[in-house]
Design a protein around this ligand. Structure first.
Ligand code: ATP
Ligand code: F6P
Length: 443
């Protein structure tokens, strides 16, 4: 089998994995599924989630708890039909080139797991079960209040009543729920079991590279409240000249931003919250971080260095267009994939940022001071920007961005320093030194 090199390394050409979520309701299955999908898509691995709840809502939009009682024949029939429809759509999707399909449902009985395994494995697709177990009553109630009372199942209903009904729904599931391999007869399954949001994990029969990447990523997820702050370095001397790359010092206004940053951080982070600061290894990010409080841990990462422009390093866009006209055009046509001669593409940057994302998932509050292209790639991860959009996102200088992961999505706030800086954004086809970005779609 010919190996291919892709976002996460080398894997056999036809590796396809079905991730089958397992667990009682309100255990974070959809949350985990959505995080895995975002991570894989960011790495250019075709991934999609098939949520059986969405299929079930087509024929039972507002079910009450007794719909989920296994003695309810009508409920059983509709739930089974929803699972069939989701699996059948997922198999079609695999046929059309899907690589990681996530079946988001409770799959809480051995019979249901056996059925999924048979349907999927018979098509040559690997099956990885991912179970989330949680017996922390407070967390479960918080999950119900935070995400379940606002679910489309309870639209227009009193949240208190909805929460009680959902609790009852869980009781119906509990009557038949079997955790994977609890009876010792599911040892042949490949699975990851996450107990109480990662306090303990069990892994069984993980087979190949892609499975282990997914498992490692999921083991690093946590749900403690936190934010990630992003800032570009202060304006540099090369920014003033409209030259890309290099390792220039800050301009006078860039120095002003470095002096102002502690105040912006205090305003956004608060003064008593511990913060870790990551910079690149280039002078301009290190200088931008140097007035931040000394008690913040600071770490320099080579992986946070700006996209390497190779032979074009230090040039203006006009010089590139004059000396390498074909390259200039090729970059505009496919900016994500275009690799500078002797340098990097946005795709290359994403691949080298993968350990940063992994570390970010494990961490609490982090401030990253880096560069335009790198921040675009990190921003794309959190805000789920496509490869067409992400290399063009305007990321202004002298602006602090706060990203706060929520149950489904990321919240963004920006803090402007009100210190003038040139714009380094460039529109398609343009060779201008400093051009105002298009108003929409930026930060
Ligand atoms: P359902 O079966 O009703 O679809 P679910 O298991 O998919 O429920 P989610 O909708 O994903 O549950 O619940 C989201 C909530 O779960 C979020 O508030 C999130 O913080 C929390 N959460 C995320 N991961 C976990 C985990 N491993 N254990 C418990 N709760 C988690
Ligand atoms: O101009 C500032 C800068 O950080 C350059 O060093 C880098 O090459 C460029 O931005 C990346 O932006 P783009 O990909 O839009 O050229």
């Amino acid at each position: 089998m010919a190996p291919k090199i892709n976002g996460v390394g080398i894997m056999p050409e036809d590796t396809r994995i079905c991730v089958v979520m397992v667990g009682l309701p309100a255990r974070g299955k959809s949350y985990i599924a959505q995080r895995a999908q975002r991570y894989l898509k960011w790495l250019s691995i075709p991934a999609a989630t098939f949520n059986v709840g969405n299929y079930r809502r087509e024929n039972a939009p507002h079910p009450s708890a007794d719909f989920f009682d296994t003695n309810n024949a009508e409920g059983e029939r509709k739930r089974r039909a929803a699972a069939e429809a989701a699996v059948s759509d997922m198999l079609k999707w695999f046929k059309s080139g899907g690589v990681v399909g996530i079946l988001d449902a409770t799959n809480s009985t051995k019979e249901r797991r056996r059925w999924v395994l048979e349907r999927v494995a018979s098509k040559g697709i690997e099956v990885l079960f991912v179970e989330s177990r949680c017996d922390d009553e407070n967390l479960i109630m918080a999950n119900i209040r935070d995400v379940k009372t606002t679910s489309p199942d309870y639209v227009g209903q009193d949240p208190e009543k909805a929460a009680l009904d959902f609790r009852e729904r869980i009781r119906n599931y509990e009557k038949v729920y079997k955790s994977i391999n609890d009876d010792g007869d599911e040892d042949h399954l490949t699975y990851l079991k996450i107990m109480n949001v990662g306090k303990k994990v069990f892994i069984n029969r993980i087979q190949d590279y892609l499975q282990s990447r997914v498992v490692y990523f999921l083991m690093n997820l946590h749900i403690r409240p936190r934010s990630v702050w992003l800032s570009r370095h202060g304006e540099s001397m090369l920014n003033l000249e409209g030259r890309i790359g290099g390792d220039a010092p800050l301009s006078h206004r860039g120095e002003e931003y470095a002096l102002k940053l502690p105040e912006l951080v205090r305003e956004s982070v608060g003064s008593d919250r511990p913060l870790t600061v990551w910079t690149s290894t280039l002078k301009r990010t290190i200088a931008t971080a140097r007035h931040l409080p000394k008690h913040y841990n600071q770490l320099q990462w080579k992986a946070l260095d700006e996209l390497d422009a190779g032979v074009c390093d230090g040039m203006t866009y006009q010089e590139i267009a004059d000396q390498y006209p074909e390259d200039f055009q090729a970059r505009d046509e496919d900016k994500y994939n275009y690799r500078y001669r002797g340098g990097e593409s946005y795709r290359d940057v994403v691949i080298r940022l993968e350990p940063i994302i992994m570390e970010l998932e494990r961490s609490e509050d982090i401030l990253i001071i880096s560069h335009q292209a790198v921040i675009r790639c990190i921003y794309a991860y959190f805000m789920q920007k496509t490869q067409e959009e992400s290399p063009w996102v305007p990321v202004p200088l002298h602006t602090l961005i706060k990203l706060t992961p929520r149950a489904y999505g990321t919240e963004m706030q920006t803090y402007r320093a009100n210190i003038k800086a040139v714009s380094t954004w460039r529109g398609k086809g343009s060779t201008a030194k400093h051009e105002d970005p298009a108003p929409e779609g930026g930060i």
